[in-house]
Design a protein around this ligand. Structure first.
Ligand SMILES: *Cc1c(COP(=O)(O)O)cnc(C)c1O
Length: 238
């Protein structure tokens, strides 16, 4: 079982790395600029362990109640944990206990909650401003969260000035059903604007299983890849 799963995951890594290499070559970029985050939501801690054994160092999760026990089970592994999902302020304390990078910071209230939680935990959280790239959609349609592009500079300043937090850069999910390229180009512009005031905020988290090539073409530094590495997720009811 384990050997079979390990072989499957190794194949997934190989396929994704080949796609990353090809996209980097096409974009004239160096592969070393890209961090591959394995989004392990719905998959067991045993998969995280296998991925770590295969050389992956970055793990992404989107729900606190699933991520917390998984991170605890894998606490002996040298991993960087990325929280990539919508985050309620009442989960900030929990997330601050295990996450190294929070990709989904999209409002001032959450900045304050994460700051207090990080200070309390004696940890530093690297935070990314999640940008909504389909702000024309209704709030319901925008369920995936993200700050309006116009609010990003102020949120970035707030993170940079908050105790226990460090501004890492920006993150976005391409709008559903639209060409991801213009959305990622827009994100690149917003990322550059943030870097003008915060030169160290170099992370651009963009690109998933279906659009990592377009993300790399637009300067993504961090890819969040689930399905292409781990296989299909069973539908989960939220
Ligand atoms: C699930 C998820 C991913 C990975 O999606 P795949 O299409 O499976 O690669 C990336 N980012 C976020 C925010 C996610 O929730």
């Amino acid at each position: 079982m384990t050997d079979e799963r390990r072989a499957e995951l190794a194949e997934g890594i190989e396929r994704v790395r080949a796609r990353v290499a090809a996209a980097c070559a096409a974009a004239g970029r160096d592969e070393s600029e890209i961090t591959l985050i394995a989004v392990t939501k719905t998959f067991p801690a045993s998969d995280v362990r296998l991925l770590a054994g295969l050389g992956l160092t970055d793990i992404g999760e989107n729900r606190d109640q699933e991520a917390r026990p998984k991170a605890a089970e894998c606490a002996d592994l040298p991993l960087t944990w990325h929280f990539v999902g919508r985050l309620q302020t009442n989960k900030a304390r929990s997330v601050a206990g295990y996450a190294d990078v929070v990709h989904s910071v999209d409002r001032a209230k959450l900045v304050r909650a994460l700051s207090a939680a990080a200070v309390r935990a004696g940890r530093t959280l690297r935070c990314l401003v999640q940008v909504s790239l389909d702000e024309n959609a209704s709030p319901e349609e925008r369920g995936r969260g993200g700050a309006h592009p116009g609010d990003v500079p102020e949120l970035a300043d707030e993170i940079a000035g908050a105790d226990g937090l460090e501004l890492g850069g920006v993150m976005a999910v391409a709008p559903l059903g639209a060409d991801p390229l213009p959305a990622f180009e827009r994100l690149a512009g917003i990322a550059a604007e943030v870097r003008r005031n915060h030169p160290g905020a170099s992370i651009v988290s963009a690109g998933m299983s279906g659009d990592l090539e377009q993300a790399i073409a637009c300067g993504a530094t961090h890819l969040r890849v689930g399905t292409a590495l781990l296989g299909g997720r069973r539908a989960i009811v939220r």
